[in-house]
Ligand binder design. Sequence first.
Ligand SMILES: [Fe+2]
Length: 268
Amino acid sequence: MRILFVGDIVGRPGRDVTRRAVPLLVRRRGIDLVVANVENAAGGFGITRETGDAILAAGVHVMTSGNHIWDKKEALDYVVAEPRLLRPLNYPAAAPGRGTWTASVGGVGVAVVNAMGRVHMPLVDDPFAAVAAEVERVRTMASVVIVDFHAEATSEKIALGWHLDGRATAVVGTHTHVQTADEHVLPGGTAYITDVGMTGPHDSVIGVEKAAALARFLTGLPSRFETAAGDPRFHAALVEADNATGRALAIERLSLAPVDLERIAGEP
Ligand SMILES: [Fe+2]
């Protein structure tokens, strides 16, 4: 089975390049399941029903999130009504929504688990204990288990990768919006990357219009953040898994500009 994990979709530029890239890559690379982090998909902050439904219509099967999931008020209802939208598993149990999606994909049990780190992040429950217990639970019905770990610190992400090595098919990092070049399959068979990177406008400060982001650093004053528009890139990780064992066979990092998508579309 081949799983495409799309890094944090930011605003309209991210949604537009996703709509172009996902169907193309599914066709060209034989992808069975598409997962995307969408916590910044609506105007750069949060998710709405309209933007989420459009992302699903583009061919994404499961949407993960993180600390920005609550930025748009309607997400409180959407996360309850839409089982394909996850919020981090380790939010307090009283938070709406769920952190896990399970399904049969071509006869193979698959689970997607979303969790959030605690280093330089809003306070949540221990992700190490929560994810390990959840992975153990879903392994009774799913051989392929994909974990989106939405976290700031590279150390915390790498540690969770090792913690789940041999138990999850893949541990992929999100949240920092900069793709890391450390993709590899750990010895126990877990595909790992510290951050998949941002799918959105790269002529920016991690998706935000440059002048406003700079003003905050230069003056220390609050400034209104707008999503940037230039240089859209599609950042993703492609994981190949053994259906029977759930072990990862390979992980490939994708960083595609519109010109790359044109080239792929034009390949014989
Ligand atoms: Fe985030």
